[in-house]
Every structure is written in structure tokens, then in C-alpha cells.
Design a protein around this ligand. Structure first.
Ligand SMILES: [Fe+2]
Length: 185
């Protein structure tokens, strides 16, 4: 189950409904779908392309609902494991403060990872996602992402346009992003 920590007070919340209520005012959607429906052979290890498709089928009702609500058109499954080639380089792409031009939508199937989000007012929050957790971080919302010590995660991703999925770095390129009209302020 997810753990949300306020970085200033270190107060933590693990109740899914409390997390959803906490994150809603800052524009972040959170739900807990669980992984109980997944058969044992699809849990706890890296997945083949065919098995990733089975995961997408297992969550089709929720994914269809999110596509309808959020305008997402494609879904895929991504895995990062300690033996993933260039895993350090891949992680470095997203562990600095950045934004995207569309929502970052993830459902965790296996492993763990942390979204650190930076509301315009108030302290930053760490949202540690565990299997069964769904999150949608809105477009242009400043955040970063890092894996936990076990360096493994498998996620469903939803996109409006997967071809345009890039990070615009807040510290290094926020001015350029503003100039390009990607962020309002
Ligand atoms: Fe991101």
C-alpha cells in the first residue's frame, strides 16, 4: 500500500482514502486497484511481452475508465529491474525535478517507486507507490521519480501520445519551458 510523506513535517499517511483526499487538492489522482486478480505467475518477477499483454487485459475495465476520463489513447507495460541494460542512465532521466506536457499516469504491478511532487504552495510530498497503486500526476506538474533500494518496478503507463513522452527539466530548463509555453509560470 502507498505511503505518502510530507517532507517538512515527516508526517506519513498509508490509508488509500486519506491519500486520495490529501492529493486531490494538489491535482493528483490516486486510487488503489490491488493486484489480487493477477495470477501468481505474473507477480514478483520480470514479465515477457506476452505476459505484459495479459496484465493489460487484467486491468482493462480500469484502463478503459481512465481513457474515457483522461483522454488517454494508448497503454503499455514498462519494467525496470537491476539487470535492465542502462538502468542507472534510465533512472537519471527522471530523478531530477521535471515536467511533462501530458499527465504521467502509472499503475504499479510489481516493485516500488517514489514520486516526489512539488505543489505551488506547501511542502513537497513523497508518494511511495507499491503494487496495486494508481497515480496520475497532471501535465506541467513539477515532480521527480526514483526507485527504492531494490531497484525494480513494473508499471502500466497510459498516454495521450507516447511518442512525445519526454522530461523537461525544471532546474535546468524551466525558463526554456516557459518560453515554449509549456508551463504557465
Ligand atoms: Fe516524470
Amino acid at each position: 500500500m502507498a505511503v505518502v510523506t510530507a517532507l517538512d513535517t515527516k508526517l506519513q499517511t498509508t490509508d488509500p482514502r486519506a491519500i486520495a483526499r490529501l492529493l486531490a487538492p494538489v491535482g493528483i489522482a490516486f486510487e488503489h486497484w490491488g493486484v489480487e486478480r493477477l495470477p501468481a505467475h505474473l507477480r514478483g518477477r520480470n514479465l515477457s511481452t506476452e505476459e505484459k499483454q495479459q496484465v493489460l487485459e487484467a486491468y482493462k475495465p480500469e484502463l478503459d475508465r481512465m481513457k474515457s476520463q483522461g483522454g488517454y489513447v494508448t497503454a503499455d507495460v514498462i519494467s525496470l529491474w537491476p539487470d535492465t541494460p542502462n538502468i542507472e542512465a534510465l533512472c537519471c532521466k527522471f530523478d531530477k525535478k521535471h515536467i511533462h506536457t501530458e499527465d504521467e499516469v502509472r499503475f504499479v504491478v510489481q516493485g516500488r517507486g517514489v514520486f516526489r511532487v512539488f505543489p505551488d504552495t506547501g511542502a513537497a510530498l513523497d508518494i511511495e507507490l507499491h503494487p496495486g497503486d494508481y497515480i496520475s500526476v497532471p501535465a506541467r506538474y513539477k515532480h521527480l521519480f526514483f526507485l527504492c533500494a531494490d531497484k525494480q518496478i513494473t508499471c502500466i503507463r497510459l498516454f495521450v501520445d507516447a511518442g512525445g513522452w519526454v522530461a523537461h527539466y525544471a532546474d535546468e530548463g524551466l525558463e526554456q519551458a516557459r518560453a515554449a509555453g509549456l508551463v504557465a509560470k
